[in-house]
Design a protein around this ligand. Structure first.
Ligand SMILES: NC(=O)c1ccc[n+]([C@@H]2O[C@H](COP(=O)([O-])OP(=O)(O)OC[C@H]3O[C@@H](n4cnc5c(N)ncnc54)[C@H](OP(=O)(O)O)[C@@H]3O)[C@@H](O)[C@H]2O)c1
Length: 246
């Protein structure tokens, strides 16, 4: 297989770490960003123990200038970014009538505006080389909406609007752009939800359990592979049957 340079934003998180491992096992050079140097060092050491050598660069996906610097630094260390996974994300849940402007903006900046901030510095290179793979990590709640998540659902739905427009603009340049919409995956983000609420969520999942981060990583690896050249503009739901759109 061709070895590529992959940037996975939020690679130190639950789903991100699984994606980093999966792409690295496929032989790619993998880079990710960090914000807190101490946390990043601990993560890097743990990954090294497992045999993964990951390029780690400081970067805040909600800040366009920081993303420009981050991408240039990654390119200097690992070569041009050929695979981009916009995975970093946050939630700030509350019902809309109690939501502050800050809670709205933090979520939109980190989930949706980040797609602009990180993709803009890599797109010209991909177009010039006539090859690229871009995947947005959205959410089941961007597809179906969710009580207490007007900010998150709006941002996550917007990510797929971004994917399908970019997919059309860049298809002739050998670039595919897709969205993966995970359901509830057993990461810190979901395990922070009170147990009784989690039990109610699991009861709505036909497969009868939360997802595993590796199950999301598997889909990302599939969509970023050489053979996935004819798959573009899709929104792949991976949710144990929790929400079945068509
Ligand atoms: N877990 C689920 O069930 C689930 C379901 C559907 C969709 N998703 C989506 O999947 C993605 C990953 O979720 P996860 O569960 O793995 O979350 P997580 O464990 O909380 O990881 C989030 C990652 O994003 C990074 N991040 C957050 N804000 C950032 C910023 N401004 N700049 C740069 N990096 C930032 C975090 O870095 P720090 O350590 O610096 O905060 C962390 O590495 C998210 O987009 C999430 O919305 C998750």
């Amino acid at each position: 297989m061709t070895q590529r340079t992959a940037l996975v934003t939020g690679g130190t998180g639950g789903i991100g770490t699984a994606i980093v491992r999966y792409l690295a096992r496929q032989g790619h050079r993998v880079a990710t960003n960090y914000r807190d140097p101490a946390k990043a060092e601990a993560w890097r050491a743990a990954m090294k123990q497992e045999g993964y050598d990951v390029v780690l660069v400081q970067g805040d996906v909600s800040d366009p200038a920081s993303c420009e610097t981050m991408v240039r630094e990654i390119e200097a260390q690992a070569g041009p970014v050929e695979i981009l996974v916009n995975n970093a994300g946050i939630t700030r849940d509350t019902t809309f009538h109690k939501m502050s402007y800050q809670q709205w903006m933090d979520v939109v900046n980190t989930n949706l505006n980040a797609c602009f901030n990180v993709t803009r510095p890599v797109i010209d290179g991909m177009r010039g080389r006539k090859w690229g793979r871009i995947v947005q990590i959205s959410s089941i709640n961007g597809q179906k909406g969710q009580y207490g998540q007007a900010n998150y659902a709006a941002a996550k739905a917007g990510m797929h609007g971004f994917s399908i427009s970019l997919a059309q603009e860049n298809a002739k340049f050998g670039i595919t752009v897709n969205t993966v919409s995970p359901g509830y995956v057993a990461t810190d983000m979901v395990m922070a939800v009170p147990e009784e609420v989690r039990e109610k969520i699991v009861a709505q999942i036909p497969v009868g359990r939360l997802g595993k981060p590796e199950e999301i990583a598997h889909a990302v690896a599939f969509l970023t592979g050489e053979e996935a050249a004819w798959i573009t503009g899709t929104n792949l739901a991976i949710n144990g049957g929790h929400y079945m759109g068509w």
